[in-house]
Design a protein around this ligand. Sequence first.
Ligand code: SF4
Ligand code: F3S
Ligand code: FES
Length: 249
Amino acid sequence: MGTKRHFRVWRGDESGGEIQDYDVEVNEGEVVLDIIHRIQATQSPDLACRWNCKAGKCGSCSMEINGMPKLGCMTRMSTFEANETVTITPLRTFPVIRDLVTDVSFNYEKARETPAFAPPAGVKPGQYRMQQVDVERSQEFRKCIECYLCQNTCHVVRDHEENKPEFSGPRFFIRAAELDMHPLDARTDRKEFAQASMGLGYCNITKCCTEVCPEHIKITDNGIIPMKERVVDRRYDPLVWLGRKIFRR
Ligand code: SF4
Ligand code: F3S
Ligand code: FES
C-alpha cells in the first residue's frame, strides 16, 4: 500500500482551463506518468495525456512538472520531497488541445522546412561504406527522440509567439549540424541556410535547451556553437571578407 500525495494538474482546452487538485496514492518506484494513469483509473477517466512507450524513447509524454519541462515517464516520484506538491501542466510553447496534450505541429512544419539529406549524384546504395570515424561527431544527434522539450524551453519562442515563423529551434539546429557533419551530404550551405532561413542568429547560447534534453545531447556546445562559429568565420572574418573582395575583382 502506497502513501497519499498531493498533485495539481492543469485541466482545460484551447478556450482556457484551471489547475485541479488530486490526492493520489504513490508506490515505490513510480514515475509521474504512473500517477497520471492512476488519476485516469480512479478519479478522472477523461484526463487527456499523450504517451506511448513508458521507457523514455518515444518522446510523447513531454509535460511541465513543477515548472520544469520533463518526460512524465522518466521523472521518478522519489526525486521529490516526501510532502512536496507536484504540479503538472502542459508544454507552454505549444497550443493546448486538451489537458496535458498540446499541438506540436510547429515542430513538424520546421522539420519540413529543414532541407533533407542530399546524397551526391551517382552514388548507388551499397557503394559507400560508412566507417565509425565518419559518424563520430554526428551520431550524438541521432539519439534525439523528438520530445520537443528543447523546443518548448527555448526563450526565443517560449515567450515570443511572433518569433515562431523565423525560428526553427534547437532540435532542427542539431539536425542541420548532423547533416553538415555527414560525409555524404552534398549540400555545402547548411550553415548559411541555418543562419539565413532557420533563425540561427536568434540563439544567444543560453543553453536551456541542453539542460532539458532527456538524451543528454550537447545541443549547444556540439551542435549550435560549431554551426555559429563557422558561419561567423565565413561571413564576418575580415580576412575572408578581404579575400572575397579581391577574388571578385
Ligand atoms: Fe528532445 Fe533532446 Fe531531441 Fe530536443 S534534442 S527534441 S530535447 S531529445
Ligand atoms: Fe535557445 Fe538553446 Fe539557443 S535554449 S537560445 S537554442 S542555446
Ligand atoms: Fe515514451 Fe515517455 S511515454 S518517452
